[in-house]
Design a protein around this ligand. Structure first.
Ligand SMILES: NC(=O)c1ccc[n+]([C@@H]2O[C@H](COP(=O)([O-])OP(=O)(O)OC[C@H]3O[C@@H](n4cnc5c(N)ncnc54)[C@H](OP(=O)(O)O)[C@@H]3O)[C@@H](O)[C@H]2O)c1
Length: 318
């Protein structure tokens, strides 16, 4: 069962699970006709209802629901980003706790944004699940970045507080999921690269953590099976890259486009026009998948250079 399975990440996941023969039920707020064989039920993302009957007897729940973070970080949007995540996670937890035959496992979406800006770390180490520093107290970063971390913490807390003793719980601390589909983050970065705007932003040294959509799906399947893994798990390729390098490889994959550098101010103006927020470009996210690697998971696309070529191929075929 996939609450929030109508979005970009949900699309890749539900199609992959259905393709391997799983019975997939997607839960979202409006009636939707999805791919053949995938059922859809409606909820409000907050309260119990007929949708909760689907939880009873399900093998697994993967909850992806949450208002998009690609928007201006106004007070109203930040509030919706918080409430949609915390409320929907609580609703899922409550449905599981009431089920007479609860699912074996509950994978709950979280975010790699929970970690501190990588530049605030004196020892220059990337963040893993054990030694990683949770963000919110970095000096010299805009105050509202703390709020994104707070959303992530409350999101995970809502899962941790649920009374679901018979269900294994994992929080998916996920980096940017790169898929060749229209409308996702890769599409947006590609659009900048093709317009010649994909240069380094504000120096380009801030790290970007990312994961190829295929590896995201494979990691979810791995975590569904592995009964020994619980708690936070980073879903990020082992090779995070500085933003300038990320865009250089992407421009190269699109056939060597020029890339104008942008200052922080130019990024602010661009983000305003695109109705998104510069935190997505400027925060240094250097997150590595220590637990997945330790558990024996192997990435099909561990390095950005070759992943970018593969994604551009996919976008061209689209
Ligand atoms: N894309 C990434 O790179 C990435 C990386 C890390 C974490 N994540 C997280 O993964 C989740 C899915 O990402 P995505 O890119 O697929 O997002 P998306 O395309 O915006 O899809 C969001 C999903 O959440 C549901 N939703 C939106 N507002 C809601 C609300 N107020 N209450 C309940 N459900 C609501 C939507 O369903 P309906 O509107 O149909 O109800 C949709 O199914 C999000 O929580 C996101 O923060 C994404």
């Amino acid at each position: 069962m996939i609450p929030g399975g109508t979005g970009q990440v949900g699309g890749v996941l539900r199609r992959a699970l259905a393709a391997r023969g799983d019975e997939v039920v997607v839960v979202s707020r409006r009636p939707e006709a999805l791919e053949p064989g995938i059922r859809h039920v409606v909820w409000d993302g907050r309260t119990q209802g007929a949708w909760a009957d689907e939880v009873d007897g399900a093998d697994a729940v993967v909850n992806l629901a949450g208002r998009s973070v690609s928007c201006r970080y106004t007070d109203a949007n930040l509030r919706q980003m918080m409430d949609s995540r915390v409320d929907s996670t609580r609703a899922v937890g409550e449905a599981i706790s009431r089920a007479s035959d609860p699912p074996r496992v509950w994978l709950q979406m979280s975010t790699a944004t929970i970690y501190a800006d990588a530049r605030s770390r004196g020892d220059d180490r990337p963040h893993d699940e054990v030694g990683g520093v949770i963000g919110g107290e970095e000096p010299d970063v805009p105050l509202y970045w703390e709020y994104s971390v707070r959303i992530a913490r409350r999101w995970e807390q809502a899962q941790a507080e649920a009374a679901t003793p018979a269900t294994r719980r994992v929080a998916l601390r996920t980096a940017m999921v790169m898929t060749p589909d229209r409308g996702g983050i890769f599409d947006y970065l590609s659009w900048m690269a093709r317009l010649g705007l994909g240069g380094p932003v504000a120096g380009g040294r801030q790290h970007v953590s990312w994961i190829h959509g295929e590896d995201f799906v494979r990691a979810v399947q791995f975590l569904l099976e592995r009964d020994d893994l619980e708690g936070p798990v980073n879903l990020a390729a082992p090779g995070p890259v500085p933003q300038g390098e990320l865009m250089r490889s992407l421009r190269h994959a699109w056939g060597g486009r020029p890339g104008l550098p942008a200052t922080r101010l130019m990024a602010e103006v661009g983000a305003l026009v695109l109705r998104t927020d510069t935190e997505l470009l400027l925060k240094s996210r250097r997150v590595v998948p220590a637990r997945l690697l330790e558990a024996g998971f192997t990435f099909t696309h561990p390095r950005w250079r070759s992943a970018a070529i593969d994604l551009v191929d996919g976008a061209r075929r689209r």
